[in-house]
Design a protein around this ligand. Structure first.
Ligand SMILES: Cc1cc2nc3c(=O)[nH]c(=O)nc-3n(C[C@H](O)[C@H](O)[C@H](O)COP(=O)(O)OP(=O)(O)OC[C@H]3O[C@@H](n4cnc5c(N)ncnc54)[C@H](O)[C@@H]3O)c2cc1C
Length: 309
């Protein structure tokens, strides 16, 4: 048996793509390993109509609605390998053997690698964040510490003063030049040159020199990683972004490999729940249309995919 489409990743992007395909009466399979990127946070913000709701509650309700369609199947599993080409892809799973699909949608999300600072990971999503729009407002204009990882931390250090008094803690990872110091001064961001020993309490930085710097919240730039092997096995081109490589897609969310679509954080340089849902919606419709408007044997190009009838 061969599915019309297999969606790998059953979080916001994958659920959204799957919903479009389900409503187009395609026979689909969703494979999900259950490790949503925001599972460390107790509330998700900035998603219209769901602001402040638990991330898991949003995904669980979406999944329940999806699974009401009889043409959808769900595997709680991990896709380990992918091979094949348009109209006959195979996915080898950890626990359920091999499944086949005519199209693949990669909605893999990313995994965040945090800097090696004691006490940071335990507080990730609770009092340590990366996205001011998601969690800045709840700090109630309290003091904010930005833990520098590289010159990219300038972005957070210049943005965050709109949410509270901000200090850029260099931690031996970055030395701003004169121009950057002037930019920070203009935004009112203080610079702390010391090194961090560990994080304690809610967001207290215990410094190597014995001082304690107390903050309402900390921000840091993680290094996101996509599940590269799966995209590589299928031959998808990756975008060579400065922060991390992500899967390159066209406006239809189709990758460089015919029949493989990608959406959500794995296919863009910065994401959110709203954007993942939007990308997934486009990917689902485009995947369906690629099953209808197919290249003919004559070698002529396929009918162009337009996303709406
Ligand atoms: C701490 C934190 C807090 C955040 N808070 C917010 C917020 O308040 N508001 C907001 O808009 N955004 C927030 N975000 C960002 C948000 O989590 C992401 O933008 C969003 O989850 C992206 O959705 P996605 O579907 O692309 O990926 P994900 O939600 O990460 O889901 C990817 C899914 O694919 C599965 N998967 C991966 N590889 C495989 C495989 N090989 N086989 C099977 N399944 C696989 C994973 O297990 C996972 O279930 C936050 C992020 C973090 C880290």
């Amino acid at each position: 048996m061969i599915y019309d489409a297999i969606v790998v990743g059953g979080s916001y992007a994958g659920l959204s793509a799957a919903l479009q395909l389900a409503r187009a009466r395609q026979r689909i399979l969703v494979i999900d390993a259950g490790e949503r990127r925001n599972r460390f946070a107790s509330a998700a913000h900035g998603f219209l109509g769901q602001d402040g709701r638990a991330p898991d509650a949003i995904a669980t309700e979406a999944r329940e609605q999806l699974l009401r369609y009889p043409n959808v199947e769900w595997l709680q599993d991990r896709a380990e390998r992918a091979e094949g080409s348009q109209d006959d892809f195979s996915i080898i799973t950890s626990a359920h053997g091999t499944v086949r699909g005519r199209r693949i949608v990669l909605a893999l999300g990313v995994t965040d690698d945090l800097p090696d600072v004691e006490g940071l990971r335990e507080r990730w999503g609770q009092s340590v964040f990366h996205c001011p729009y998601c969690h800045g407002y709840e700090l109630d204009q309290g003091a904010i510490g930005v833990i520098a990882t590289s010159h990219h931390s300038m972005h957070q250090a210049l943005l965050l003063p709109d949410w509270g008094d901000t200090t850029l803690v260099l931690n031996g990872c970055f030395e701003p030049d004169d121009e950057q110091r002037a930019q920070l001064a203009e935004r009112g961001t203080a610079i702390e040159a010391g090194r961090i020993k560990r994080v304690e309490g809610r967001a207290d930085l215990m410094m190597e020199d014995g001082r304690t710097l107390r903050f309402a919240g900390l921000f840091v730039l993680p290094r996101p990683r996509i599940a590269v092997p799966l995209a590589n096995q299928l031959g998808c081109d990756l975008a060579d972004d400065e922060l991390y490589p992500f899967i390159k897609t066209a406006f239809t969310q189709e990758t460089s490999v015919p029949g493989v679509f990608a959406c959500g954080d794995a296919a863009r340089s910065a994401g959110s729940v709203a954007v993942a849902v939007g990308d997934g919606n486009v990917a689902g419709a485009a995947t369906h249309q690629s099953l209808v408007f197919r290249p003919r044997e004559t070698g002529r190009a396929a009918e162009p995919v337009s996303l709406r009838a």
